[in-house]
Design a protein. Structure first.
Length: 196
């Protein structure tokens, strides 16, 4: 059963990776780096500051910082515990891939998927009552994590498990945000920000 799942995972990766084209390669190489998403992150900060208090925003920054440390560390525990080779480093898979870049760490599961999906869920749960179409935020983790398949750096199962872990963690940290926010009444008028 597990061997069959791994085989299907490998076949799906090879198929998806080979859909790439030389025209799209530089685009996917660009968007796979978090720093290149800075306009999106600035836009999110703008949306948040329009609707939540400065105290809530400060709390959110702290909660997200702890969230990223938590997901990064647990992702590494899984990566080095499972120790699955990245597709581009696996001599049985690599010949069938369009290899655009290499990475040294293990593959399972994707930190890009866990961080992006969890942070997006947390922000979505905060923003959904203010913005009708904020579900579009989930395009970010979908595109961001798909770049890892496009580049042959992760298997689809790495991405899927990263998403599941990230969404679970994101919900837990949203619960923490909500608890602290309610306990200290950070929505109080005294704490409203001037950006609204």
């Amino acid at each position: 059963m597990l061997e069959n799942l791994i085989q299907k995972d490998q076949q799906l990766l090879i198929y998806l990776n080979n859909l790439g084209t030389p025209f799209l390669d530089p685009i996917f190489m660009y968007i796979t780096h978090q720093k290149n998403w800075w306009p999106f992150f600035v836009f999110l900060i703008f949306l948040l500051l329009k609707k939540i208090s400065l105290k809530q925003f400060a709390l959110l920054v702290v909660v997200l910082a702890v969230f990223f440390v938590f997901t990064d560390q647990l992702t590494n525990v899984f990566k080095y515990g499972v120790n699955r080779l990245r597709p581009v480093n696996d001599p049985l898979i690599e010949p069938y891939l369009r290899v655009l870049r290499k990475a040294g760490s293990p593959s399972f599961f994707s930190g890009h998927a866990s961080n992006s999906s969890g942070a997006t869920l947390l922000l979505f749960l905060i923003l959904k009552k203010y913005y009708k179409y904020c579900g579009f935020l989930f395009l970010f983790p979908l595109i961001f994590a798909y770049t890892r398949i496009y580049l042959g750096l992760h298997y689809p199962l790495d991405i899927l498990c990263g998403y599941l872990f990230g969404l679970t963690s994101g919900f837990l940290f949203y619960t923490l945000f909500k608890f602290v926010n309610n306990k200290y009444n950070l929505t109080d008028k005294r704490f409203q920000n001037p950006f609204k």
